[in-house]
Design a protein around this ligand. Structure first.
Ligand SMILES: NC(=O)c1ccc[n+]([C@@H]2O[C@H](COP(=O)([O-])OP(=O)(O)OC[C@H]3O[C@@H](n4cnc5c(N)ncnc54)[C@H](O)[C@@H]3O)[C@@H](O)[C@H]2O)c1
Ligand SMILES: CC(C)[C@H](C(=O)O)[C@@H](O)C(=O)O
Ligand SMILES: [Mg+2]
Length: 351
């Protein structure tokens, strides 16, 4: 019996809705496998601002540092869009959390479920066999450079050190060694100096992995290859902003934004788990949000932060079953609410 002790940060918009569904599933797993849940729930983002606190309140950050395992819904929304810089939910909570906990390795899978292939806008033959993982650098690049306004307009500085590129490249090659042994590094080295450094460092890291095939693609071409040739990818290695953009595109291959989880990992064993989607203000508060990405993120937390492989697999099997039996929300053509999908998966796990 294990104690599953983590920080739960529901956040804004659909965050608390998909979060509640994931907690219902975690409760079912804990009951079924005889574990106990110790959940530290804290405010983050707009919800913290509305409570008169900073976007990342000290108590929230301290809890994350203490537990080292975080399950996060989403932050941000139109209500807080008038705020500037670090007063914003995104810049004042999510980014400092990633940076200050050194969660530099962000892993986002793209493997369309068989039951969803016909829901994606691409032809079936372009989707069958697609199975790649994006290794996104998460604590460097343009997100974290100097930004501001001056007499010439506005600026966002993009910086990468060689060490920052090397450590994420090593993660990508290590992952490729456990898979089909191919790394596709995506950059814009025909224009950007950071991308030239990126490519040099990746080529150098690759020398230690002679079994792994390395290819380079420019990011503009990559957006096209992802739609025409996605079966050719295994591990896609890229920098912060390109990874953000490419993974939203990858979600289209999977049938919905609502099915892709992510893990953000440090070297010291910390992990934050969150869906790749945002707070979806257009559907928030209506029970329409698909909770599968959040539920799968919880499964990844069990596997990667607590070593609970059978428990994680039980959740993933239940998600596959829900898709096969069309127990889904409207984005996937189903008629269930967010809570009903969570309850169905929780029950499936327990039986
Ligand atoms: N990790 C995060 O906290 C995170 C990630 C992305 C965006 N955001 C924030 O979220 C806000 C909204 O951003 P956006 O609208 O560009 O992106 P979004 O991901 O919130 O929504 C994009 C589209 O996908 C749909 N969608 C997203 N998640 C869904 C789900 N689980 N089920 C069904 N449909 C879903 C939405 O309804 C919307 O049409 C912004 O403030 C943004 O900064 C936060
Ligand atoms: C909200 C935003 C800062 C975030 C990002 O760009 O990293 C989001 O889009 C994501 O994909 O996690
Ligand atoms: Mg994004």
């Amino acid at each position: 019996m294990a104690e599953i002790h983590f920080t739960y940060l529901p956040g804004d918009g659909i965050g608390p809705e998909v979060g509640a569904a994931s907690i219902a599933v975690l409760n079912a797993v804990a009951t079924k496998f005889g574990h106990s849940l110790n959940i530290e729930e804290h405010l983050i983002g707009g919800a913290a601002i509305d409570a008169g606190l900073k976007p990342l309140p000290d108590a929230s950050f301290e809890s994350c540092q203490r537990t080292g395992a975080m399950l996060l819904g989403a932050v941000g929304g139109p209500k807080w869009d008038f705020l500037k810089g670090a007063e914003r939910p995104e810049l004042g909570s999510l980014l400092p959390l990633r940076k200050n906990l050194n969660l530099y390795a962000n892993i986002r899978p793209c493997k369309p479920y068989p039951a969803l292939i016909d829901r994606a806008p691409l032809k079936r033959e372009r989707l069958e066999g697609v199975d790649f993982v994006v290794m996104r650098e998460l604590t460097g690049g343009i997100y974290f450079g100097d930004k501001g306004r001056d007499e010439r307009g506005a600026y966002d500085e993009c910086r990468y050190s060689e060490a920052e590129v090397r450590r994420i490249a090593i993660k990508a090659f290590d992952l490729a060694m456990t898979r089909r042994k191919k790394v596709t590094s995506v950059d814009k080295s025909n224009v950007l100096e950071t991308s030239r450094l990126w490519r040099e460092a990746v080529i150098d890291v690759a020398k230690s992995y002679p079994e792994v095939e390395l290819e380079h693609l420019l990011v503009d071409a990559m957006t096209m290859h992802m739609l025409t040739n996605a079966q050719s990818f295994d591990v896609v290695l890229t920098e912060n902003m390109f990874g953000d953009i490419l993974t939203d595109e990858a979600s289209v291959l999977c049938g919905s934004m609502g099915v892709i989880p992510s893990a953000s990992l440090s070297d010291g064993g910390m992990g934050m788990y969150e869906p790749i989607h945002g707070s979806a203000p257009d559907i928030a508060g209506q029970g329409k949000a698909n909770p599968l990405a959040m539920i799968l993120s919880a499964a990844w937390m069990l596997r990667l932060s607590f070593g609970l492989e059978a428990e994680a697999t039980a959740i993933e099997d239940a998600v596959s079953a829900a898709l096969e039996k069309e127990q889904t929300t409207g984005d996937l053509g189903g008629a269930l609410s967010t809570a009903q999908v969570g309850a169905w998966i929780a029950e499936y796990v327990q039986n």
